[in-house]
Design a protein around this ligand. Structure first.
Ligand code: MLT
Length: 202
């Protein structure tokens, strides 16, 4: 997968897996990584799927309607890519925390829904329920921060609540932060995520 790896100053700290929104790139979330955890190593990844020329992490049939077969395939592909990158760059495969926005947050959630211990934690900005009717692996000890907008036109409040519920049922400790805005990422939620990260991974 097209990607960028940046060595961290702190070698023991989690590697940040950066997953962009539709139309983004492996560099998109670098400013966020800088705000959230400036000393950590970074693995920024670009989605392998194109929708009208816009990179994504998996196909969708319509807005908010995922192509499940492709989602499962791409999630496994990303999981394998993290494993290969850990060998290539010499980091601990079990010490990876995802930061995802929108489509990137959805595939980060999908990693947790499908692959046990694929993430040590996750910051999901404006994520949806990636899949229904599957048994989610044990997420004990996998903390998740969820940033959501009360007026997000793509993600009804109830869907975010369902995602939070799913993750909690699987054992995750979920911290939720709601803005009164829409699908856009706000500085306020990034600051909250940053404080959460320092608290979880100090
Ligand atoms: C998705 O397809 O993952 C969601 O609709 C978010 C988006 O990328 O627009």
């Amino acid at each position: 997968m097209k990607h960028l790896f940046v060595e961290g100053k702190d070698k023991q700290a989690p590697v940040l897996l950066l997953l962009h929104g539709t139309g983004g790139s492996e560099r998109d979330l670098l400013p966020l990584a800088n705000m959230i955890a400036p000393n950590n190593a970074i693995l920024g990844v670009k989605g392998n799927v194109l929708e009208n020329g816009m990179p994504r992490f998996f196909r969708r049939l319509a807005e908010g309607v995922f192509d499940e077969e492709d989602l499962v395939f791409r999630t496994t592909e990303l999981n394998g890519f993290i494993e290969d990158s850990a060998k290539q760059y010499g980091f601990d495969r079990n010490n990876v925390v995802a930061i995802g926005y929108s489509n990137g947050a959805n595939i980060a959630a999908s990693l947790m829904y499908h692959h046990e211990q694929s993430l040590k934690g996750a910051i999901l900005f404006h994520a949806m329920v990636p899949r229904r009717g599957v048994e989610i692996p044990n997420l004990n000890g996998t903390p998740v921060f969820i940033g959501a907008g009360k007026r997000d036109p793509l993600i009804p409040e109830n869907e975010t609540k369902e995602l939070i519920e799913d993750l909690r049922k699987a054992g995750s400790t979920v911290t939720e932060f709601w803005t009164s805005g829409g699908h856009e990422l706000t500085r306020e939620e990034v600051e909250k995520a940053s404080a959460w990260f320092s608290e979880q991974f100090k």
